[in-house]
Design a protein around this ligand. Structure first.
Ligand SMILES: [Zn+2]
Length: 198
């Protein structure tokens, strides 16, 4: 049953959170309004400030409140290596789990023509101009090993060929259909080290 009024709206809007259905949304709404009004206010304020100030890094497209994120402004990294991932959280996970010391590029998704997600939505024009600069020697395609993730990796490897840049793919250990988020760091580190040139 759809509830009317502000409370109903709040519950409905909470359903935009991943994994939150109407029941959990209801529980969260009541909790915030009855038991933690200060926490709710803080959450609302922080969310607004974050929305206003956090945008994409100009270079890697990760989320940051600066023009260039911390990784892109770190000059000690190798500009010959670029790791390409679907989500900002994947870059974070790889940085924690492996000894990778290159830079990243965040796609914010994967090719999915049926959902209207093509090369432009993934920023591939931006990626291409980076490859054209000639500094990058290897791109590591760390997209998820789902059907779309594989197709995306293949598509990008073809772009890399145009610029004589090597493209590698994470090796064994990443299960088919597997998303990086759910792989333990040992396995990920192993898969990263054992990456294969395409
Ligand atoms: Zn960046």
């Amino acid at each position: 049953m759809q509830k009317k009024g502000l409370l109903g709206q709040l519950i409905q809007n909470l359903c935009c959170l991943p994994g939150v259905g109407p029941k959990s949304a209801q529980r969260i709404a009541f909790y915030l309004l009855q038991r933690d009004r200060n926490g709710a206010r803080l959450l609302a304020d922080t969310l607004l400030t974050a929305l206003k100030n956090i945008d994409h890094c100009e270079q890697c497209r990760t989320l940051t409140e600066q023009k260039l994120c911390d990784i892109c402004s770190d000059n000690s990294r190798s500009s010959a290596l670029l790791c390409i991932v679907e989500n900002p959280s994947d870059a974070w996970i790889i940085d924690q789990a492996t000894a990778f010391k290159g830079y990243y590029f965040i796609l914010h998704g994967k090719l999915s023509p049926l959902d209207g997600i093509g090369p432009n939505e993934l920023g591939l024009d931006k990626l291409e101009s980076r490859l054209a600069e000639g500094k990058i020697e290897e791109i590591i395609l760390a997209t998820n090993s789902t059907v779309e993730g594989e197709a995306t990796a293949y598509f990008i490897s073809e772009i890399a060929k145009k610029y004589q840049v090597n493209a590698s793919r994470l090796a064994h250990g990443v299960p088919m259909g597997g998303e990086l988020e759910f792989i333990d760091s040992g396995t990920l580190s192993h898969a990263f080290k054992g990456r294969k040139l395409l």
